[in-house]
Design a protein around this ligand. Structure first.
Ligand code: AMP
Length: 220
């Protein structure tokens, strides 16, 4: 299955993308992870894109399209998380897929109010030791994770607001883009991870009755 996941920062796209990988067997491709890997590895590309990431701005379309494309020829399909994020990126994706004789099967948009997202994101911390993500109030780190627990530069409250504004301005028009093509599926995402994962699988099963979809594994 070739799925595009849309939704504002903090809505749980990444978590649901991992669940969808388990349900569909398709790999999870996060352009945010690709961006952070280039920066962490200190590559020349990382040096170019670091400033955009650090100030919560979008990396220019041509750069991010070139980064994403090599990951999109997997015959198992993919779960795209964080890409496309603008209309030109969506057009570039459709053009490249069309040339390869494939297409996006569906775009799933996860929705939640901005205030709830700001609360979620400003408490998000990632363990340097395990890579796991926690929330200082809702999901504090367990005692066996030694940390330290790092806050992403772009999870500072002013940057979060900026990223949400960018989402509304640049990315939300993709709802119309995919809606006009009959590809949009909308999921209310202010719910538990398991409840949202169940909604996603149920929605996909209705849309693709013959697709082999495993039920999402529950959170331990
Ligand atoms: P994310 O983890 O998805 O929030 O992405 C982190 C950062 O990577 C964003 O704030 C952007 O600077 C950059 N980025 C990721 N995906 C894209 C994209 N599709 N278009 C432009 N910039 C992106």
């Amino acid at each position: 299955m070739r799925l595009v996941l849309l939704g504002p920062q903090g809505v749980g796209k990444g978590t649901q993308a991992q669940r969808l990988c388990a349900a569909t067997g398709a790999p999870h491709i996060s352009t945010g992870d690709l961006v952070r890997a280039e920066i962490t590895n200190g590559t020349p590309l990382g040096a170019t894109i670091r400033a955009y990431n650090d100030r919560g701005a979008l990396v220019p379309d041509d750069i991010i399209v070139a980064m994403a494309m090599p990951h999109l020829d997997d015959p198992k399909g993919w779960i795209l998380d964080g890409f496309p994020r603008t209309i030109p990126q969506a057009e570039a994706l459709d053009k490249a897929l069309g040339a390869a004789g494939t297409a996006v099967d569906a775009a799933i948009v996860f929705e939640a109010p901005d205030d709830a997202l700001i609360e979620r994101l400003s408490g998000r911390r990632q363990s340097k030791a395990t890579g796991k993500t926690y929330h200082v109030a809702f999901d504090p780190p367990p005692s066996d994770d030694p940390g330290p627990f790092i806050q992403r530069d772009d999870d500072q409250p002013d940057k979060i607001r900026q990223r949400l504004d960018l989402y509304h301005l640049e990315t939300e028009p993709l709802k119309t883009y995919y809606g006009e093509r009959g590809l949009l599926l909308t999921i209310a995402a202010l719910d538990t991870i398991d409840a949202v994962a169940k909604k996603v699988v149920a929605t996909l099963q209705t849309r693709f009755p013959t697709a082999p979809l495993a039920p999402p594994p529950a959170t331990p």
